[in-house]
Ligand binder design. Structure first.
Ligand SMILES: Nc1ncnc2c1ncn2[C@@H]1O[C@H](COP(=O)(O)OP(=O)(O)OP(=O)(O)O)[C@@H](O)[C@H]1O
Ligand SMILES: [Mg+2]
Length: 254
């Protein structure tokens, strides 16, 4: 299996706080990999480093063997990594279709001038964008909602729309930050099936999630963070019975 994404010895300090401490991770092509851990473990920070929002204090990020450490987020997106956010970041007053088209922006060949003067080229590309966006909405089960404002969609569908928008940048890998957050049991079950469909479409997926049922069912490989440190890594069965993992979760509850 080809390694698509590799994080090497990543450390992220914020002043005196070590949010991520010497974490390494590998994601193979077409894998579904999970990152779990209690609140504040450093999961989102790790995603932020991979996607260029932060330049790590130490360590490197490699994508397709290319060093992408510290590249600007839009460059990282251009190279084929797309993400969703833990706190939904849709344009509430735009339709599902428009939100998806926003995700395609970096892929069009039109210039600002083409847009200002509404050239024929611009018009044709808009049309193509729209057709393509409809395809992503279809794939995410949102086609019938294409003209709904994002803010009027049920929560579970907003989370799906975030994924549709991420797909619109034509990524190789999708990084999903708590895709099931706020979903009811049925929505979560649907999402599980959908994530497996995404894998079937050829996507590689890395997801952060608190819903253990989802993680244990769809991820073939799991990384566990606690207080910024990687405390376990392996198949779901080994993670479930790992004493350090159990302690990290129980310790937080106490
Ligand atoms: N930009 C920042 N500046 C300072 N501290 C930060 C910053 N981003 C995150 N942190 C801190 O780093 C630690 C890890 O936060 P992070 O959001 O990565 O955790 P998480 O594992 O995603 O948690 P959750 O499950 O609650 O989403 C926390 O203590 C957080 O307060
Ligand atoms: Mg988080």
């Amino acid at each position: 299996m080809k390694t698509l994404l590799k994080a090497e010895h990543i450390t992220q300090r914020f002043g005196g706080l070590v949010a991520v401490s010497d974490v390494s991770m590998e994601v193979g092509e077409h894998q579904i990999v999970g990152i779990i851990g209690p609140n504040g473990a450093g999961k989102t920070t790790f995603f932020n480093i991979i996607t260029g929002l932060y330049t790590p204090t130490e360590g490197r990020v490699l994508f397709n063997d290319r060093d992408i450490t510290g590249l600007k987020p839009y460059k990282v997106t251009d190279l084929g990594l797309a993400r969703t956010f833990q706190n939904i970041r849709l344009f509430g007053d735009m339709t599902a279709l428009e939100n998806t088209m926003v995700g395609m922006h970096t892929r069009t060949g039109t210039t600002v001038l083409d847009a200002i003067f509404r050239t024929k080229k611009h018009h044709e590309e808009e049309k193509q964008c729209e057709e393509k966006a409809k395809e992503y909405l279809h794939q995410t089960g949102l086609y019938e909602y294409r003209y709904w404002l994002a803010k009027s969609l049920p929560y579970g569908l907003q989370r799906r729309l975030e994924i549709a928008r991420a797909m619109a940048s034509r990524p190789q890998i999708l990084l999903l930050d708590e895709p099931a957050a706020g979903m009811n049991e049925q929505e979560t079950a649907d999402l599980m099936g959908f994530i497996e469909e995404l894998q079937g479409m050829g996507y590689t997926i890395t997801l952060i999630e608190h819903d253990m049922k989802l993680v244990m069912n769809v991820c073939e490989d799991i990384y566990v963070l606690d207080h910024g440190e990687l405390i376990a890594h392996g198949a779901p069965s080994s993670i479930q019975s790992n004493p350090r993992v159990i302690e990290a979760y129980l310790g937080k509850e106490a």
